[in-house]
Design a binder for this molecule. Sequence first.
Ligand code: 13P
Ligand code: ZN
Length: 269
Amino acid sequence: MKTILEGRPRLAAEINKVAETAGYLWQKGWAERNGGNITVNITEWIDETIREMPAISNVLPIGTTLPLLKGCYFYCKGTNKRMRDLARAPMENGSVIRILDDCAHYVIIADQPVLPTSELPSHLSVHNYLLETGSPYRASVHTHPIELVAMTHCRRFLEKDVATRLLWSMIPETKAFCPRGLGIIPYQLPGSMALAEATIRELADYDVVMWEKHGVFAVDTDVMAAFDQVDVLNKSALIYIASKNMGFEPEGMSEEQMREMSIAFHLPK
Ligand code: 13P
Ligand code: ZN
């Protein structure tokens, strides 16, 4: 099977990072069945030959109009595809799409007509927002991390920055490597425009947002970095749970220790 990645090492390297991350998501137990999705803005690795490739799908609606995405290209996990399969065969379990000039429709151009994730409205709205704000971020990851999702079944953790402060206080690395914390988005229907709109609103203040009782949505420069932010947050959730399982409420780092961290690492909050 001929692939768009052949003879394009930079593009191939980017897709390999997606495959590697998909494997981690499966190993972590965060990607049951088809759970989770990844998209990457790959426009900077697209050459003239790709730009001239014909569509291999019908013209499909995004569900909204996203002006910054005109002529952009994305790698998208396929809807109903498994992360554990994508880890082995990224171009059979995902596809490359081109956003059309009306900024409201797209076509699939390679390698196979695999329909993109059902969370495409959120992913593309977020990529549009990132370009609009001049962000260097090009990757977004949605996944179902068990312990972080479990926390959203408790009202207290849905209040602004309550979960963030608790997670930061479990181990110094979490604040250092997820310095904007965890935003909270009240429950919305998966795949909906309402969820997409709430996600971009919350990304103004956070790199990782929690979709209540569903999963997280993270953005960063590449897919590995987005995964890392979720990984450090979930590590903190595991430390919290381990402490509770040992029969005590964890003490957490003190406000003073957290302030010292912020100054030493030049953190924003
Ligand atoms: P997709 O298989 O359509 O990507 O959906 C998975 C998911 O996690 C939806 O929220
Ligand atoms: Zn999901």
